[in-house]
Design a protein around this ligand. Structure first.
Ligand SMILES: [Zn+2]
Length: 239
């Protein structure tokens, strides 16, 4: 009889790699029972399967051809997380754009793997619905997820918001903008999460104006784009 061992992996990693794990000998969503030798083997096989599913070429074209103002189809999912090949395709399309800001983003993201997921419930943060987020994976989650970051969009909030393609692309851009690249003196590269360029309350602006440097920078950007509305046609300019 084989010497079975119980190996615990973080729930996030289990969700990412194994799904509910029904077929994978998992006693619950965070525990997998397998002999030591078999663990890496099993994980490799499952990850390969997942990556194949993710990187399959069968979807791309229709997504890229969709209009900016079309509503983005939000799936119904039965698990806490589900891989989102349609978001991967949208992100890949976004990162192919020939503008400086995307060049900069590609430079930053080089060497970092990002996985795109649907999340069943986005929850809230300080009373505000979290429609999308980015996480930096560490330790086992990173090992088993084979990714440095995950970007997710919450199915429950997205179904209420009914975002257009352009808005989902903006969401992805926003989350990817949280990723920054650091280089040590020895030239070693690592990726981290950073905060927003600007965080403010409208009341603060009304009462004190542009009292901080980042508010002045943001004000300039706001002036440049004018009053852009996501649902108005023919204003994207970058298509
Ligand atoms: Zn953010």
């Amino acid at each position: 009889m084989r010497n079975l061992q119980t190996t615990h992996i973080p729930k996030a990693a289990a969700d990412l790699v194994f799904g509910t794990g029904k077929d994978h000998n998992m006693t619950d969503s965070s525990t997998i029972i397998v002999d030591r030798e078999g663990l890496d083997h099993l994980a490799d096989a499952l990850i390969d399967e997942a990556v194949e599913e993710l990187d399959g070429t069968s979807f791309q074209p229709t997504l890229v051809a969709a209009n900016d103002t079309d509503p983005f189809p939000i799936p119904s999912i039965s698990e806490p997380y589900q891989r989102a090949p349609e978001l991967t395709a949208l992100a890949e399309d976004l990162l192919k754009r020939d503008v400086q800001i995307i060049d900069d983003m590609n430079w930053t993201l080089k060497g970092a793997t990002v996985r795109y997921l649907w999340k069943q419930k986005g929850g809230s943060k300080r009373g505000e619905a979290r429609t999308s987020d980015v996480s930096r994976l560490g330790g086992l989650a990173r090992h088993y997820g084979r990714a440095d970051f995950t970007v997710w969009i919450a199915v429950d909030h997205a179904k209420e918001m009914k975002p257009t393609y352009k808005q989902v692309r903006a969401m992805i851009f926003h989350e990817l903008s949280h990723i920054e690249k650091r280089t040590t003196e020895d030239g070693e590269i690592s990726h981290h999460l950073r905060n927003h360029d600007v965080e403010a309350f409208t009341g603060e602006l009304e009462l004190f104006g542009m009292w901080r440097d980042e508010l002045r920078v943001a004000a300039e950007a706001f002036q440049q784009v004018g009053l852009w509305k996501p649902d108005r046609e023919g204003e994207s300019g970058d298509e």
